[in-house]
Design a protein around this ligand. Structure first.
Ligand code: IPD
Ligand code: CA
Ligand code: CA
Ligand code: CA
Length: 264
């Protein structure tokens, strides 16, 4: 299957949702606290509702997993294709969104048999639409994109993020951040894992790593990186899975050296 139609639909929905979040932020935003260091807004919820309704309209048999409302099984049993599941992050970068930092996006992916086949990330403030279909080049606003060619950690610009909870994994992530800040050209913390992955895919950043992400954070972005010629594993070097404990996404050339450097 080519999933051409699914890609077109996902692109259109991501744009609509991106414009929705921009508009609603200006109109009426209420911030609440899910857990310490973990914010959510009414706009995260309305964006997910908009995306879910639009997917339902086009693909009523498909299951949907979104950050704010969890799993919705396919409604129309006669069209239930079983193995198809959409992953939705209605706003990735909610803390930025809540504070007014213009670095957030909408992320939509379609998985079939556990593998992403379509991935779309839309950054409304920059009007940038990243999209990928398995087996095809990754695109930014319709133009093919490539990962960078940097092949030494010492020359690399990296990005990471930290789990909202405090504990052993958080401390390990901080140690890695300190070590890589010393040994690379710099480590950014943008606050949106989907944007981090999209920026690795288009070569703005050489590599990204993070622990404890969820399928909706990385479902679209990891396909973008693969389709742009990059490499994805977990931080230990094992094959990547969206339900796995960590992600290491790079341009490929840096992967091995960075994986060793993360063993601090
Ligand atoms: C968060 C962002 C952030 C990452 C967090 C995620 P949210 O997603 O992707 O970069 O560090 O772990 O939870 O909550 O803004 O959708
Ligand atoms: Ca969140
Ligand atoms: Ca997220
Ligand atoms: Ca989110």
């Amino acid at each position: 299957m080519s999933f051409h139609q699914e890609l077109r639909v996902a692109e259109s929905i991501a744009r609509q949702a991106g414009l929705h979040v921009l508009r609603e932020r200006a109109r009426h935003m209420e911030v609440s606290i899910k857990a310490p260091n973990d914010l959510v807004t009414n706009v995260d919820r309305s964006s997910e509702q908009l995306i879910t309704a639009a997917i339902r309209e086009h693909f009523p048999g498909d299951a949907i997993l979104g950050e704010e409302y969890g799993v919705t099984p396919g409604e129309d049993a006669s069209q239930n294709t079983g193995s198809r599941r959409w992953l939705i992050d209605p706003i990735d970068g909610t803390a930025n969104f809540a504070m007014g930092i213009p670095l957030y996006c909408v992320s939509i992916a379609l998985q079939v048999d556990g593998q992403t086949v379509v991935g779309v990330i839309y950054e409304p403030n920059r009007d940038e639409l990243f999209s990928a279909r398995r087996g095809m080049p990754a695109l930014l606003n319709g133009e093919p994109i490539d990962v960078s060619s940097c092949d030494r950690v010492a020359n690399a610009v990296l990005v990471t993020g930290f789990p909202s909870g405090r504990g052993e994994v958080f401390e390990r992530a901080i140690e890695q951040f300190v070590h890589l800040t010393r040994s690379s050209r710099g480590v950014r913390r943008l606050g949106s894992a989907a944007i981090d992955l999209a920026y690795v895919a288009c070569g703005r950043i050489d590599a990204f790593w993070e622990y404890g992400l969820s399928p909706w954070d990385t479902g679209a972005g990891y396909l973008l990186v693969e389709c742009a010629g990059g490499k994805i594993t977990d931080i230990e070097g094992a094959p990547y899975h969206v339900d796995g404990p960590s992600i290491l996404a790079s341009n490929g050339a840096l992967h091995h050296e960075l994986q060793n450097a993360l063993r601090v």
